[in-house]
Design a protein around this ligand. Structure first.
Ligand code: EPZ
Length: 450
């Protein structure tokens, strides 16, 4: 039984940033890693619940700082949100205001997703620009231009996006929108906005990620008319209103991929479940290329059997179904220990190679040139004090620590806790030797099993 959900996010965030994770490398793992609901689906589905004037029940919601923050943001808008174990019950029948608070939005980029549903429901939305983060500038120009194409008046004034539907109709108008790049967020914002628009909206060059499909299925469960999700062209026929639903979030493919690499990098034999294997096709292919064995043991269970040695390979991140950028850092930890030279090209974000410096502190031999990392595999990594710079970098450093000789101490755990549901506890259940130490207190068990 996984530990209970986390306390209020402000306390957890402060605790996380003051804590240090001690990882004793070398342990072999065994057993089954449990995968929680997908962070990048649950967050946008929470925003999508704003489209519905009735109760919405979301199941399989992961216990994450980011989820806590999104719940807080919805609550400030007047949405009733209650957690019931791994389910959330929301009621957006009375949205009391159209402005999201800067101090909350600035902590959670994904909160920008509320702009489409707010505009569609209220005819007005004022959402602070999410701003950049460690991995890049994270612009929202495609979201803005798409909403303007649907008839919204959108201005950016002193860091706040002010959007409203002019005239008396108060409904967005269907439009044909071509996205300059297959942005996941822009696809999701515009798809949600289009569900209540007048007429048909066609999104071309749309993102095809599983989380986009999950959002489309969630909206369709509420009565939206959407077809083509999962392809590069999505067609949405607007309806006057949506209705209640009870919907389960898909498993987190990135968490699952992280566990697959945990098994490979520690030369272990573990299973990972629940998963949707086809969501991990690119990751599974790359793991097999470098020499790991990955088996589909059941429709929702994968098995990874580590090899004694790994081969180098080249990797470039691409929009789905290409290799996911959210798995790039984790896979680099494995390539750091593979025989030969590997080249990793990060094509999605402009600054997502910051984990290289920290892996180098552990003995990795990696050179960065622009958005390309040239990795010369080394026979071993050595435990060292390292600092996480962003969410997936923190996961990569945990993986490297599991494989390293000696102890790795990882700081910056607020990044890890944003996006992984009890990762340490799950790894400890597999036999990993991890201890989270808060401040200068004695080592304590991070998440006492309940
Ligand atoms: C989502 O971010 C995910 N976050 C990211 O996961 C993920 O890495 C990313 O999609 C790509 O798969 C959530 O779903 C909450 P994008 P998003 O819009 O929507 C450019 C993680 O680690 N762009 O697909 O912000 C942008 O600069 C996080 O879990 C514009 O130019 O990603 C980037 O280069 C990190 N203009 C590229 O598109 C826009 O208006 C892809 O961004 C929007 C995006």
């Amino acid at each position: 039984m996984a530990p209970s959900s986390r306390s209020s996010n402000s306390a957890s965030s402060a605790e996380s940033s003051n804590a240090v994770l001690h990882i004793q490398g070398g342990a072999r793992l065994s057993g089954q890693a449990h995968v929680s609901g997908a962070k990048n689906s649950a967050l946008v589905l929470l925003a999508g619940a704003l489209l519905c004037p009735q109760d919405c029940r979301l199941r399989n919601v992961p216990s994450l700082l980011d989820i806590d923050r999104m719940m807080e943001i919805l609550a400030t808008l007047g949405v009733k949100v209650e957690r019931d174990g791994t389910a959330l019950v929301m009621n957006a029948s009375h949205i009391s205001q159209s402005k999201a608070p800067y101090e909350l939005v600035s902590q959670l980029r994904a909160s920008f997703f509320i702009i489409g549903p707010l505009l569609a429901r209220l005819g007005i939305a004022r959402v602070p620009l999410p701003g950049g983060c460690a991995i890049g500038a994270r612009p929202v120009d495609l979201h803005v231009r798409g909403l303007q194409a649907m008839g919204a008046n959108v201005q950016i004034d002193r860091g706040v996006v002010h959007a409203y539907i002019p005239g008396v109709r108060k409904r967005l108008q269907g439009a044909r929108i071509y996205l300059d790049c297959p942005s996941v967020g822009a696809t999701e914002t515009l798809m949600m906005a289009a569900t209540l628009a007048e007429g048909e909206t066609i999104l071309e060059n749309a993102a095809q990620e599983p989380e986009v499909v999950d959002l489309a299925n969630f909206c369709r469960a509420m009565g939206a008319k959407i077809r083509g999700a999962g392809t590069n062209t999505i067609v949405i026929s607007g309806v006057p209103s949506l209705h209640t639903t009870d919907y389960a979030v898909i498993p987190d493919r990135i968490e699952a991929g992280t566990f697959l690499i945990a098994g490979a990098i520690t030369h272990s034999d573990i299973t990972v479940s629940p998963v949707v294997p086809e969501h991990l096709t690119a990751v599974i292919a790359k793991l097999r290329t470098v020499g790991a064995t990955v088996l589909v043991e059941a429709p929702n269970r994968l098995r990874v059997i580590g090899a004694d040695r790994y081969r180098a390979t080249d990797l470039k991140t691409l929009p789905y179904p290409g290799f996911p950028t959210d798995m790039q850092a984790q896979f680099m930890s494995l390539l750091a220990l593979s025989e030969g030279n590997s080249i990793v090209i990060e094509n999605i974000f402009e600054n997502r190679l910051r984990h290289v410096a920290e892996l180098s502190r552990m003995g990795a031999d990696i050179r960065v040139e622009g958005n390309t990392a040239i990795i010369c595999g080394v026979p071993k990594l050595s435990g060292a004090p390292v600092v996480a710079t962003d969410l997936r970098a923190s996961a990569a450093l945990v993986l490297a620590g599991l494989a390293a000789e000696g102890t790795t101490t990882l700081q910056g755990l607020q990044h890890l806790d944003r996006g992984y549901d009890n990762l340490e506890w799950k790894l400890k259940q597999l036999g990993a030797d991890l201890r989270r130490i808060h401040g200068d207190a004695e080592p304590v068990l991070t998440y006492a099993p309940v």
